[in-house]
Ligand binder design. Sequence first.
Ligand SMILES: C[S@@+](CC[C@H](N)C(=O)[O-])C[C@H]1O[C@@H](n2cnc3c(N)ncnc32)[C@H](O)[C@@H]1O
Length: 243
Amino acid sequence: MDFYDEIRRFWDADAAVYDDVPNHRPTDAGELSAWSATLARLLPPPPARVLDCGAGTGFLSLLAARQGHKVTALDLSAGMLARLASHADAEGLGVDIVEGRADSPPPGPFDAVMERHLLWTLPDPAGALRAWRRAAPMGRLLVFEGRFGTGDPLARALQGVGHLLGRLRGEVTGHHAEYAPELLAALPLADITPTAVVEAVVAAGWPDPWLERLRDIEWASRVAQRPTARLLGSPARFVVTAG
Ligand SMILES: C[S@@+](CC[C@H](N)C(=O)[O-])C[C@H]1O[C@@H](n2cnc3c(N)ncnc32)[C@H](O)[C@@H]1O
């Protein structure tokens, strides 16, 4: 099977559970407000033309559309995009939806390109970052990522305990499945680090990269968690902006 077909099939299947995981689509008012404040601070003033790459069920797209931006949501998975469309409809928000690969974005030009939790699953993140620069030659880049414990055995063990406790309570705690080891091996940023993101952004021709830890979002998320989940820790989140 083609590499991208395999990725697409994974996310088409994951669309059934993706939004039920609190980490993916937070519903706590405080946490949502922390995300909104961060996006409002980092995006150009509305109405800007914003491209959301690997938009999934639309967490960032919907936040930006609520702030008055003209959002184009690009994703490989029709299943994930169908969820995005239904969320947008439910709120009466207009979002342009494009099914396709992140390394072939619509031509734009865009005032900003953003992504959350996509770079780790690209076989050629540098190629995608270069394509985004071409689509936003004068624009801004926002890369939202997190250290989800893949490379750190202690964080991974604690995450496993947290997932087990959640499942015992009947909660959905993660994806419907894991990527196969052969698939993970083909992804240069599978164990994503802030340094690797900054280096990839610079190599792709984006000027002036800034790295920030997203402490407000982490804090709001921790406060919203049950005490047991809080004790087990939560992933370090960061954003790299450029342009
Ligand atoms: C972890 S989800 C993140 C979704 C969303 N950005 C969010 O923050 O909730 C990764 C998304 O990237 C999409 N994706 C994976 N590889 C892609 C590619 N090569 N081109 C476009 N989208 C891709 C998947 O379909 C999935 O919706």
